[in-house]
Design a protein around this ligand. Structure first.
Ligand code: ATP
Length: 209
């Protein structure tokens, strides 16, 4: 079983590439989904968040008010840091658990926007960075995903720079071109994983025993 860390800035195309890998048989572990699960009622993070930020982050039914948490946590750098100090270790631990849970899968992809920023590279065997120039990131996030431009800029400011991410990459998928070009690169990556024995079938020319 091989574990791939898939990362990239906001709007770069992580979800698109993860879906292409899933089509080819990879199992996806999604860090954003883990974060959502952790703050569900009864989730490991919710109690810690209430201790830190107070019961006002809860709605009447006991579930998290994401808007209130965002208002409290993102207005103040110290509060943002506390939120990250609570969430990042819990996300890491749960990701490690989910990555280990599928020993039967030939390839598990950990889709994690902040893989580099949170020092989670050691959870995976190979880092794949989905790369586009910053202006393309903003354009796709705003025009195609409907995100607020100011919100996109704020999130880009706390993410690794393009250079930092590329420096951490074992493989780069250039997603600035048209979708067919990205499909071709994913096919190449898939093929290389197979050839080097990291992927879905046994490597060729291995000597038994
Ligand atoms: P986020 O960090 O916001 O979750 P993401 O990195 O997962 O974003 P995607 O959602 O995969 O990025 O892509 C952002 C938008 O760009 C989507 O609407 C997607 O359909 C579109 N897109 C992805 N790749 C391409 C491409 N090569 N050409 C044109 N549009 C693309």
């Amino acid at each position: 079983m091989a574990r791939i860390g898939l990362t990239g800035g906001i709007g770069s195309g992580k979800t698109t590439v993860a879906a292409l890998l899933a089509d080819r048989g990879a199992v996806i572990v999604d860090a954003d989904q883990i974060a959502r699960d952790l703050v569900e009622p009864g989730g490991t993070a919710l109690g810690e968040l209430v201790t830190e930020f107070g019961p006002r982050i809860l709605q009447a039914d006991g579930s998290l008010s994401r808007g209130e948490l965002a208002r409290m946590a993102f207005g103040d750098p110290r509060a943002t840091e506390r939120l990250n100090e609570i969430m990042h270790p819990l996300i890491r631990a749960e990701a490690a658990r989910r990555l280990a849970e599928r020993p039967d899968a030939a390839l598990v992809v950990y889709d994690m926007p902040l893989l580099v920023e949170t020092g989670q590279r050691d959870l995976v065997d190979l880092v794949v960075v989905v790369d586009v120039p910053e202006d393309v990131q903003v354009d796709r996030a705003v025009r195609l995903r409907g995100l607020d431009a100011a919100d996109v800029s704020r999130r880009m400011a706390v993410q690794a720079t393009r250079e930092e991410r590329l420096a951490a990459a074992d493989v780069v998928i250039d997603n600035a071109g048209d979708p067919a070009d990205t499909v071709r690169q994913v096919d190449e990556l898939w093929q290389e994983l197979v050839v080097y024995g990291l992927g879905p079938s046994d490597p060729p020319n291995t000597v038994p025993g």
